[in-house]
Design a protein around this ligand. Sequence first.
Ligand SMILES: C[S@@+](CC[C@H](N)C(=O)[O-])C[C@H]1O[C@@H](n2cnc3c(N)ncnc32)[C@H](O)[C@@H]1O
Length: 290
Amino acid sequence: MTWEETIQSIRSKPEFVTLVHDAYFDSDLVSNVERFRSGAEFLETLRLLKLHRPDATTIADIGSGNGISTLSFALEGYTVFSIEPDPSLTIGAGAIRQLSTHYNLDAKVKVAERFGEDTGLQSGQVDVVYIRQAMHHAYRLDGMMNECYRILRPGGLLFTVRDHVIFDDKDKAWFLEAHPLHKFYGGENAYTEKEYKGAMQTSGFEILEMFRYYESIINFFPMTEEEVKNLATRKENEMLKPLRNRVGVMANISFVREWYKRYRKFNPDAVYDEHRVPGRLYSFIAQKPL
Ligand SMILES: C[S@@+](CC[C@H](N)C(=O)[O-])C[C@H]1O[C@@H](n2cnc3c(N)ncnc32)[C@H](O)[C@@H]1O
């Protein structure tokens, strides 16, 4: 199946309702944009973007999919060069063109059916390169980073968000196995932190910030900050369930609970161990030196 066929087929399957909603894969393109631009992930992205490049007016959005980020940036007033190789009317360049017409933003949104390794943009043309969940799809990571460097003006910002990170080959195999859509279209991929950083630095970028999975809502959204904070408590409650079933209210006595936790080797810090999250997502902010 192609990527487009995969998304079309999961839209009607009840077991994928949450994924379709959370990944903004609904067939109603406008509602995807509206949900994305008002969500905590995009608001944090905008905050960081304005913090690092308050003067930016032009953005290249590479691997822009169905246009959620392209339109969200354009609605904020940026001129957006949307680079998306897939022509699809529902999850690719065709969708982005429909959206830009819908929002009357054709003057602000320029769509090119091209790859991030060869965008067709001029050298130094943009202030920011934004890549959401697409750097890990690069067919040549170094080629994509070289191209981002070329099209940015000196001092310009590279902002890559939500890319899958793997620790080694075994971890990659686990990620691909766990990925809900890889079995349908076979196009998933991931790189190590060292490979992402290496490609950026070899191209000439200075890395300003790197956010591991639990370090930014940009990565763990749609989970909220509150849900992440409460993860350890939730896991502890799950772990205590058998004790409650056996001894009832006695499980509320703290030394009984502490004994049981030790017996079960419960470590609240391990809840936040990224090794437990297949293909955990990272984000990077890098700069082309002045
Ligand atoms: C997971 S989707 C992300 C789409 C969108 N950025 C989003 O966050 O919803 C990955 C996108 O990258 C595109 N893509 C794949 N290889 C690419 C490449 N080499 N250069 C640019 N885009 C690519 C795909 O067509 C797809 O639309």
